[in-house]
Unconditional design. Structure first.
Length: 295
């Protein structure tokens, strides 16, 4: 092995190591308010294998970087990544992962959190909610527009939460108006419905871009599910706006504003050095690698 190849290999290894250091999660600061755990959550996350780019263990690390305590894996109409999450993601990450599904129909979407098996998608919204509840989970209406609101109709009374804060809110004024109208309709039928913020992460938008602050009696899956059922949540959108009970909003308004203003908690300088080192090292290994004649 030539000196050039050795140098390139060392440069690549240094980039990988620095990248790992730069992505080291910040330690979580436990917080209690009136005997309740205040947890930041993203209840609409797509993962690999499935509809998202990142596997569960990487999502857990990214969640910690973004100040998220709880994420739900909600791929479209399947739960293929959940067994992988159970087998590979350690509690040492400090992030609680919940099983879920985005029940996806032509007319509406609904996230099912805390379920043990997939939920049928080819039934009414009321049937979906009933199936989710039979499994001990909670049903959350996902990014409802005008069409979805019509399809869900009276079933707003049966669901546990609604995505008040979703990236679609910031896409267009019409989308925002339709979402607000759906929230008003849901709250008319179910005044205590949980206000949910979620990123709908697939590939590009940051995890936790919109998030939920959960006030749970226990920092466990059961505690989080119970808090959603009881409506002890505050939704936080990408612009730092909060939605929910005024008493709970007062507790987390500053957290929401800070989360909306801050990028992922990565050391920028170290990250840049890591990226440059890794790419230069990989390029050097490619250019200086052994030459083989074509057969």
């Amino acid at each position: 092995m030539t000196a050039g190849r050795i140098a390139a290999a060392l440069l690549w290894i240094a980039g990988v190591i620095l990248g790992s250091v730069s992505e080291r999660p910040a330690p979580a600061a436990p917080r209690m308010v009136d005997g309740l755990h205040v947890l930041a959550a993203d209840f609409h996350v797509h993962s690999f294998p499935g509809d998202g780019a990142l596997p569960p263990w990487t999502l857990a690390r990214e969640a910690r970087r973004r100040g998220i305590d709880v994420i739900a894996l909600t791929n479209h109409n399947h739960m293929l990544s959940w067994p992988l999450a159970r087998w590979t993601t350690s509690a040492a990450t400090g992030v609680l992962l919940l099983p879920g599904q985005e029940v996806t129909t032509p007319a509406y979407h609904m996230t099912a959190i805390g379920i043990t098996r997939t939920v049928r998608w080819d039934v009414s919204a009321a049937r979906v909610a009933a199936d989710v509840h039979a499994q001990g989970g909670v049903a959350i209406v996902a990014h409802p527009d005008e069409r979805a609101a019509r399809a869900i109709g009276p079933a707003f009374a049966d669901v546990d939460g609604i995505e008040t804060a979703h990236p679609a809110r910031h896409a267009a004024l019409r989308t925002q108006r339709e979402l607000d109208a759906a929230v008003v309709e849901a709250m008319t039928m179910h005044p205590g419905i949980a206000q949910i913020g979620a990123s709908d992460f697939h590939y590009l938008a940051p995890l936790g871009m919109c998030r939920t602050y959960v006030f749970a009696r226990e920092a466990t899956a059961d505690g989080v599910i119970d808090a959603i059922r009881a409506g002890r949540t505050v939704a936080c959108d990408a612009r730092g706006q909060t939605y929910g009970d005024a008493r709970l909003v007062a507790v987390v308004a500053r957290d929401c504003a800070a989360a909306s203003a801050a990028p992922a908690a990565v050391q920028p300088q170290l990250e840049r050095i890591a990226i440059v080192s890794a790419w230069l090292g990989a390029l050097g290994l490619t250019l200086l690698g052994p030459r083989r004649a074509l057969q």
